[in-house]
Ligand binder design. Structure first.
Ligand code: NAP
Length: 521
């Protein structure tokens, strides 16, 4: 049997009492490690984290805690090779795809370490300016943000075991809130290794960082009034979390990052020139990076009806060059899906879409490299429509996220119709728009904004420098309205507000001034 990974809770390593759930190499089929959380004393674990971790972190200022993030970053950077190896074995990803997760994690950690250095070394944040409440300016209102005196329960999806950990833990720890991380079982190994390295390096105070691998049973029951939950995963699990009695009874603040049917929109008259090439390249990249297992991936591709054929040809030409198989082989560009259950779910999604749309490209006839049909490799499939009148009726396509290398070309006759179809996704994390006419781009942006957390606007002038449709940059918020979960993470200093409580202080200006000078001590 493989190694059973220990949980790090209440300041010590503790094995679950069960035999554990195996984590499997999705290409070779080998058992890698096992995880188990049976028998843990969750009440004690949450209490230890709240009391020991919370008090130690809150006793520090923002710059002190930024220093902790910097030390974590330096430690993880030195151990990157191991993380790439675990990622390849457990997630079945090629090096470039593992980099999206691992380098994305380190970049985000570094960003928050730097941001923390730019804050005052106080124990709370000032929120806006004082506002006069009475005729006499002596009595004013000043808002402040103080770290919530609870624990942050972070529950992550399988597709970002490294970034998913640090994009949540960095803002939480910088805010002064202790973290309990529950990674998705299928890929918990990488999260576990990173946490293990940080614990062994003794960077953080006791109780600041804990990890529970395995079943989520009982975790939500432990939540109390000042705790927060940041969840990334499916809309179904999100529903369970939102309606959990501990969440509703104790008004626990919850952030949900759920699934999303994201769009790319090509504006009219773009089929020759650099914007068209940028569009084609990005759509193919989004379909194939991490085998399409990205919450931000482009699922719906909106193009003028007259351009369907030229778009189809360009996409098919590129997609047919995608080499698929064992990520250990250097000629492979796209590795595997994470597990057999994901493969099953993607194949079912492809079968279902065949009832609604035409197949523009089916890569499944291509041979896999160094992998067989028992592996979790799935080739890209591009669906599409010739007519806008059919595209607008295809509800299933607008509302189903097939979490793999699958996307659909949807023609439109005019911009209002394109926007109507984009909105049929019922709220998305991100959409990208490709065009070269500044006024049209600006108009579309204002029309689309309310339906999205992020809009990525590509004109030829930014072609050489843009950060990518699917890449989440810590400077910009991540999250989306409606079916995307309604959450919001990152976005620079905005990412800290979730972990703080806002309080209005109505007092004499002398008291307000004294608060700011005394908090330095
Ligand atoms: P999932 O099945 O919902 O699982 C997500 C996490 O929730 C896992 O850690 C899972 O643990 C845990 N969980 C399951 N049942 C739970 C319960 N009753 N109470 C508390 N936690 C529970 O999602 P997934 O399959 O890992 O991830 C794929 C989905 O995530 C896709 O739909 C994708 O779009 C979405 N996603 C969204 C974002 C975003 O930022 N918006 C990013 C990445 C992925 P176990 O693994 O142990 O079951």
């Amino acid at each position: 049997m493989s190694e059973l990974l220990a949980n790090y809770v209440s300041g010590q390593w503790q094995l679950g009492s069960g035999s554990g759930t195996p984590l499997i190499d999705p290409v070779a089929g080998d058992e890698l490690v096992r995880v188990d959380a049976t028998g843990l004393n969750l009440k004690e674990i949450f209490q230890f984290s709240r009391e020991q971790g919370g008090q130690s972190l809150r006793a520090m200022g923002y710059q002190d805690r930024a220093g902790l993030l910097k030390s974590i970053l330096e430690l993880l950077q030195a151990k990157k090779d191991l993380y790439y190896e675990i990622s390849q074995r457990n997630s079945g990803t090629v090096k470039n795809d593992s980099a999206v997760d691992i380098e994305g994690a380190l970049f985000t950690l570094g960003f928050y370490a730097k941001l923390g250095q730019s804050l005052e070394n106080h124990r709370f944040l000032k929120d806006g300016d004082p506002a006069r409440l009475a005729k006499d300016p002596l009595f004013q209102s000043q808002h402040i943000l103080t770290p919530t005196p609870g624990v942050a329960l972070l529950i992550n999806a399988f597709n970002f075991p490294a970034w998913g950990l640090w994009e949540k833990a960095a803002p939480a720890l910088l805010s002064g809130v202790p973290v309990i991380i529950k990674p998705a079982t299928a890929t918990a190994w990488l999260t576990h290794q990173m946490v293990k390295d940080v614990i062994e390096a003794n960077i953080l105070p006791a109780g600041a960082l804990s990890i529970i691998c395995g079943s989520s049973n009982g975790l939500l029951d432990q939540l109390k009034s000042f705790d927060v939950v940041s969840f990334t995963g499916s809309a179904d699990t999100a529903k369970i979390i939102r309606s959990h009695p501990a969440v509703t009874q104790h008004s626990v603040r919850v952030n949900i990052e759920a699934d999303s049917v994201n769009s790319a929109l090509l504006l009219p008259q773009q089929t020759s020139g650099p914007v068209f090439d940028l569009f084609i390249k990005e759509v193919v990249r989004e379909m194939t990076v991490k085998s399409g297992q990205k919450c931000t991936a482009i699922r719906r591709i909106f193009v003028p009806e007259s351009d369907v054929n030229v778009v189809k040809e360009a996409l098919v030409e590129r997609l047919s060059k995608t080499t698929i198989g064992n990520p250990r082989n250097e000629s492979v560009r796209m590795g595997a899906l994470v597990s057999h259950s994901q493969k099953q779910s993607v194949l079912e999604g492809i079968a279902r879409f065949k009832n609604s749309a035409q197949v523009f490209f089916d890569g499944s006839s291509q041979s896999l490299i160094d992998a067989d049909q028992n592996s979790c490799c799935v080739a890209p499939t591009l669906f599409g429509f010739d007519k806008a009148s059919d595209a607008i009726l295809a509800r299933d396509i607008h509302q189903t996220e097939v979490f793999g290398p699958v996307a659909t070309v949807l023609p439109y006759q005019n911009i209002p119709q394109a926007l109507e179809m984009v909105a049929m996704g019922e709220g998305s994390l991100v959409a990208s728009v490709y065009g070269d006419e500044v006024v049209s781009l600006a108009q579309v942006v204002t029309d689309m904004a309310a339906f999205h957390g992020r809009l990525h606007i590509i004109s030829s002038d930014v072609g050489g420098m843009h950060t990518g449709h699917g890449n989440v940059m810590p400077q910009s918020i991540h999250g989306g309205p409606g079916r995307a979960g309604g959450g919001e993470e990152l976005g620079g200093v905005r990412g800290l507000s979730f972990y703080h409580r806002r309080t209005a202080i109505q007092a004499s200006t002398q008291v307000i001034e004294a608060m700011f000078s005394r908090s330095n001590s």
